[in-house]
Design a protein around this ligand. Structure first.
Ligand code: FES
Length: 113
């Protein structure tokens, strides 16, 4: 089973978790109680699943769709290796993937919980 690592917004706390193939980084976060919001549940209508990908893995990711680029433009704390967590699907190549949670997200959707 591939693994991946989430680094908390504090930049220090590392959590290594199982990363089943085909699941998105957002789904993996939710399964493991990682504080990544994902307000639109992967429908590219928010930017609350923004993660900062470790540069060592960034080039292994599929190119982002235009919709993802548009949403990322709205993300707070955008970096050169920012991606939307719901759009990164786990593959064998990404085993060991490291992503950091951004310091803050901007949520423009109504919280339904
Ligand atoms: Fe909304 Fe990823 S969860 S764009």
């Amino acid at each position: 089973m591939p693994k991946m690592v989430f680094i908390a917004a504090d930049g220090v706390t590392r959590t290594e978790v199982d990363a089943p193939l085909g699941l998105s980084v957002l789904e993996i976060a939710h399964r493991n109680g990682i504080d990544l919001e994902g307000a639109c549940e992967g429908s590219l209508a928010c930017s609350t699943c923004h993660v900062v990908v470790d540069p060592a893995f960034f080039d292994k990711l599929e190119e982002p769709k235009e919709e993802e680029e548009d949403m990322l433009d709205l993300a707070f704390g955008l970096t050169h290796t920012s991606r939307l967590g719901c759009q990164i699907l786990m593959t064998d190549e990404l085993d060991g993937l490291v992503v950091r949670l951004p310091v803050a997200t901007r949520n423009m959707m109504v919280d339904k919980r």
